[in-house]
Write a protein that binds this ligand. Structure first.
Ligand code: PEP
Ligand code: MG
Length: 581
């Protein structure tokens, strides 16, 4: 029977292939009682799965793509250490023997036991290790079924589609190094970190497909439409043919888009627009260059710290990462955002700094950096040192007031002083900017504009805080609306204020890469966009086909409208002559 599932499309086109369920979890595992003569074979099956898991993790550790965050190696080593612990590799064996049960059930019992033990711990950091331990046991569990997929064999998943619960930093390594047609996840919303990592892979993907793993079975044919956010399980021949046609059409349109890679980005009436790229790790630079971005508009530097146990990539490690990017970008600018780490992005931070009921409203972004000045100074020094080798700009996240920005700039001045004292060169003219993503900053923008060389609007968080919607909570995702009248008003007011003061303004949130919004943003006076490399050519295509004078009346009408329905209708009209995917 054919079933259609819905989620959030991350783009990347259409994929058709066989499902591979990556991480089956332990919920719903069945218990079987074994005959005495079956136990020895079950023990061997378990030992074999542990061996395969070890090989898999060691392979991953030895094949981290260049430029991936250095801490991923440490993360994988930790997984191997856990696997070698008798609680994981031995205890289930004893359970199989004592309970005469199947290996899956033994793993489930041991996972439940260890989870309970971790829950009892008072040390928040150790408590946080629970997920890691369970993940390792789940890996063993998956391999019990026979290792259908060998990560080392890149050809194998040529047409495969991963069905997974979520993406983690370790998955990122696997995914970037392997060759598969697309993926779907149970978790994730459009602006969650799952989505941000996923979009970066530029393959058909749909996230937030609730219960995807329960419905899809291994080896079933599935279609992923990353454009519409639809997944079709077991399509009939008619549907299959239709999607094959759409896939071909999409590939042809991508081919056409490639032809404009090297063209200047200018509107029909001759206004130059700059298109920058967002990156998470230095390895993303290849795509930035391929798509001829004007520079890096947002380097989410916190990805250098995610997944680490100590959270700290030291000054030298950071310096080398920034250097790699700035050298690769040659004369084009690279905007490094200081670590935007908080419990919302990095659960481990929670572990050492106490849990927060509302992480997105807690010690995150610049607040965390100002609270951890040693950490902050180390990052500022690393960025400054790299600035001697290219065109770096620095940007602070989650600024909520002029005085908070002043404190951040003060820390930057102190870091500069230190380097001068140590005779370490840096760019004395380094430009400083602020993210505008907290409504308070938008409403008191003048005090911020006075202190900076540029601003960048973080629409992901701006929408979250304006509309009071947790961007990671699927239950309220339907309310997350970039075309909410409040959102478009605030965004246009920020752009107008910056343009009036001649302070360069860009958008680096997901709105910038959404082709349906390109004309609206151009009409608001935006001339700099920063987005994932995968979106650059689509946005460029719209810009090349836009006349600013022509769209102006409709855009001002949209900005004067308070009805959501009307706004959607007018935006549709604004784009009606465009062929958009
Ligand atoms: C934003 O909030 O729009 C943004 C660009 O930052 P992040 O998505 O990393 O929070
Ligand atoms: Mg943000």
């Amino acid at each position: 029977m054919s079933i259609a599932l819905h989620g959030f499309g991350l783009g990347g086109g259409i994929a058709i292939g066989q499902a591979y369920i990556l991480d089956k979890d332990l919920e719903g595992v069945a218990q079987f009682t074994l005959e005495a003569n079956e136990i020895a074979a079950e023990v061997i099956r378990f030992e074999q799965a542990v061996k395969t898991t070890r090989k898999e993790l060691e392979y991953l550790r030895g094949n981290i793509p260049s430029g991936a965050p250095a801490e991923l190696g440490a993360f994988l080593s930790l997984n191997i250490m856990m696997l070698n612990d008798s609680q994981i590799s031995q205890a289930p064996l004893e359970i199989i023997k004592q309970e005469s049960c199947n290996a899956e059930w033994a793993i489930k019992l041991q996972a439940d036991y260890l989870s309970h033990q971790f829950d009892e711990m008072s040390d928040a950091y150790l408590k946080e290790r629970k997920n890691d331990v369970v993940q390792v046991l789940e890996r063993v569990f998956k391999n019990l079924e026979g290792n259908k997929f060998d990560w080392a064999d890149e050809g194998k998943l040529e047409k495969g589609i991963l069905v997974t619960r979520d993406l983690s930093p370790a998955d990122l390594v696997q995914f970037k190094a392997s060759n598969f047609a697309g993926f779907i996840t149970d978790y994730g919303s459009l602006t969650s970190h799952t989505a941000i990592i996923g979009r970066n892979l530029d393959i058909p993907a749909v996230v937030g497909v609730n219960n995807g793993r329960q419905i899809v079975r291994d080896d079933e044919i599935i279609i992923i439409d990353g454009i519409q956010g639809v997944v079709i399980v077991n399509p009939d021949q008619l549907v299959l043919n239709e999607y094959k046609r759409r896939k071909k059409e999409w590939q042809e349109s991508r081919q056409k888009l490639r032809a404009i890679r090297k063209d200047d980005t200018v509107t029909r009436d001759g206004v130059k627009i700059e298109l920058f790229a967002n990156i998470e790790i230095p390895a993303d630079i290849d795509d930035v260059k391929y798509n001829h971005a004007d520079g890096v508009g947002l380097f989410r530097s916190e990805f250098l710290f995610l997944g680490r146990n100590d959270h700290i990539a030291n000054e030298e490690e950071q310096f080398l990462a920034y250097l790699h990017v700035v050298k690769a970008m040659k004369k084009n600018s690279v905007t490094i955002r200081t670590a935007d780490l908080g419990a919302d992005k990095n659960p481990q931070w929670n572990a050492t700094h106490g849990a927060s009921d509302n992480p997105a409203l807690g010690l995150t972004g610049i607040r965390m950096s100002l609270a951890e000045q040693g950490f902050f100074r180390m990052q500022l020094r690393a960025i400054l040192r790299a600035s001697a080798f290219g065109k770096i700009q620095i940007m602070f996240p989650m600024i909520s007031s002029a005085w908070e920005l002043k404190q951040a700039i003060h820390q930057l001045d102190l870091a500069k002083e230190e380097l001068r004292d140590e005779n370490i060169p840096f760019d004395e003219k380094l430009k400083v900017g602020s993210m505008i993503e907290v409504p308070a900053a938008a409403l008191s923008i003048r005090g911020i504009l006075e202190q900076v060389d540029f601003i960048s609007i973080g629409t992901n968080d701006l929408i979250q805080y304006l509309l009071a919607i947790d961007r990671n909570d699927e239950a309220v995702n339907y309310l997350y609306d970039p075309l909410h009248p409040a959102v478009i008003k605030v965004v246009s007011q920020i752009i107008a204020a910056a343009n009036k003061e001649n302070v360069p303004v860009s958008i680096c949130g997901e709105m910038a890469g959404n082709v349906k919004l390109t004309r609206l943003l151009l009409g608001m006076g935006l001339c700099k966009f920063s987005m994932h490399s995968a979106n650059i050519l689509n946005v460029k295509h719209v810009i090349l086909n836009t006349d600013l004078n022509q769209i102006a009346p409709l855009v001002s009408k949209i900005l004067r409208t308070d009805s959501r329905e009307k706004i959607y209708e007018l935006v549709e009209r604004l784009n009606q002559d465009l062929d958009l995917f």
